[in-house]
Design a protein around this ligand. Structure first.
Ligand code: MSP
Length: 497
């Protein structure tokens, strides 16, 4: 089956931090897991390159927009390759074909009567690139502030073009109530509540060009620029070939999985589903929403000044796998998680270094010492085979629910069992512990396969050093490996102080 996985496209006003990495690594884990379980994947990420937030940078720093954006696209690509993000394509909203799609869609909606001109006034947060209603913003010393960025918001009053979002109320309520798209479901209910309480107001989808010049010209009135969110959402269809390659678009769109943070839920449900409906396109198959990484109670972000950088973690743990692991180990769809470098260090030490890393090392050393690394197939005790099977089933259930943290926990549980097994059977005291070593290598193989989507580098390396294949976790066939050939016993994760 073909599956299309997307991340949000990021504003390149700064390099990515662990909040962005959190989303991107999660999407990558889904992509890797789905590939491993036999699916054909197209994985899209990219940058959101228009709008006022970026325009302000160009104005303040007097830099040429495309020069800045090209550099930042390279910066993002470098980070994603550093973190082993296996994306298939990196989209930029300044790409020509994307602009064509945006213009085409704006024209379509205009022709169909979904766009009209009128006056707009309201409070705007440039960092969010969105308007805030009276019940959404917070007051500080009597002044309206953005609840996410904790910064003053700006009053805007101008002629604009609106998209008739209000026309889609019935459709949205039907889709959100009856189709299992938004995951976890609580987020769908949140949107439904908001619609019930506040109604659905039409949204402004254009900005006067003399105020916001950095964007795609509105095709039917070039005194206006397309609103950055209308432009950005369309990346999901332009990135897979909408208009250019409709066969490919149809193949993948029918199974698109969007991954987003909860801050952009409204745009990805109310606004996005309605735009799609207006274009006669089905809503996405799945919208997977996660909560925030927070530090000292605030969402980690540039404006909160509480960023933990990707470099900090990379430098300390010396591998992308470790950064991926610690972030996925705290991953949570429903709840914000408070993180700190201490928390990450303790996860790294107790799980990667002391548990899995230690297991791998002990098994390798013993295999080389006792059998010169060559270990032939032996019967595995039923009790252990059952334990492995039940852990794999549990892991698969968690993965199907996108609960990566619990899936990892399950793999670690098996790894702990394996360490206990070594202590119990004491292979070092035996002259020919072949059965014990085979059992341990099978355990190591299974655990490595389960961990593979999250720590692809270490596990791929190990599969070469120990002589097994990374296969589909659905068909592990415990006890099927004819022969292991251990040529080295690596220290995959050194303990840190
Ligand atoms: N450009 C828009 C998205 C357009 S998609 C059509 C945007 N960009 S952003 O650069 O601000 O990135 C937003 C995404 O980054 C969030 O939705 C979330 O997935 C991720 N995160 C940024 N900070 C985060 C945390 N502190 N915690 C978790 N995720 C975070 O919005």
């Amino acid at each position: 089956m073909s599956i299309y996985i997307t991340t949000p496209i990021y504003y390149p006003n700064a390099p990515p931090h662990i909040g962005h990495a959190y989303t991107t690594i999660f999407a990558d884990v889904l992509a890797r897991f789905s590939r491993l379980t036999g699916h054909k994947i197209f994985f899209l990420t990219g940058n959101d390159e228009h709008g006022l937030k970026l325009q302000r940078i160009f104005e303040e720093e007097r830099i040429e927009p495309m020069k800045y954006l090209d550099e930042m696209a390279d910066v993002y690509k470098r980070y994603w390759s550093l973190l082993d993000i296996s994306y298939d394509y990196f989209i930029r909203t300044t790409d020509r074909y994307h602009e064509e799609v945006v213009k085409h869609c704006a024209n379509e909606l205009y022709k169909k009567g979904y766009i009209y001109r009128a006056k707009y006034s309201g409070w705007y947060c440039v960092s969010c690139e969105k308007f805030y209603s009276e019940r959404e913003y917070v007051l500080k010393n009597g002044k309206p502030f953005c609840p996410i960025h904790d910064k003053p918001i700006e009053w805007i009053d101008e002629e604009t073009y609106y998209f008739k979002l209000s026309d889609f109320r019935e459709y949205l309520e039907d889709v959100l109530n009856n189709r299992d798209i938004v995951y976890p479901r609580s987020y769908a209910l949140e949107v439904l509540n908001k619609i019930r309480e506040e109604g659905l107001k039409d949204v402004s989808i254009a900005r006067p060009r003399n105020r916001v010049w950095w964007g795609i010209p509105l095709p039917f009135d070039t005194n206006y620029t397309v609103y950055v969110w209308f432009d950005a959402l369309l990346n999901y269809i332009s990135g897979i070939g909408y208009l250019r390659d409709m066969a490919r678009f149809k193949e993948y769109w029918s199974n698109v999985h969007h991954v987003i943070g909860k801050d952009i839920l409204w745009f990805h449900t109310a606004v996005w589903f309605s735009i799609l409906k207006a274009l006669d396109i089905e809503p996405p198959k799945k919208l997977i929403v996660h909560a925030f990484l927070i530090n000292r109670g605030l969402k980690i972000g540039k404006s909160s000044g509480n960023i933990i950088t990707i470099e900090d973690l990379m430098e300390k743990y010396k591998s992308s796998d470790s950064v991926r692991y610690v972030l996925m180990r705290v991953f949570n769809l429903d709840k914000d998680v408070e993180v700190s470098t201490e928390l990450f260090d303790s996860i790294y030490n107790s799980e990667l270094a002391n548990n899995y890393g230690n297991l791998v090392r002990r098994v390798g050393v013993l295999a080389i010492k006792k059998s010169k690394g060559i270990i032939y197939k032996r019967r595995i005790d039923q009790e252990i085979a059952d334990k492995i099977e039940s852990c794999v089933n549990k892991y698969m259930d968690y993965m199907e629910k996108y609960d990566i943290a619990q899936a990892l926990n399950t793999a670690m549980e098996l790894s702990r069992e394996a360490n206990t097994y070594i202590n119990d059977v004491k292979p070092w005291e035996k002259a020919h512990p072949d059965k014990e070593l085979y059992t341990l290598l099978e355990l190591t193989r299974v655990i490595s396969i389960l961990l593979h989507p999250v720590i692809p580098r270490a596990t791929a390396k190990l599969s070469e050093l120990y002589g097994f294949k990374i296969t589909n976790p659905r068909v592990l066939e415990i006890g099927s490996v004819e022969r292991f050939n251990v040529i080295d016993s690596p220290i995959l994760f050194s303990k840190i102080k």
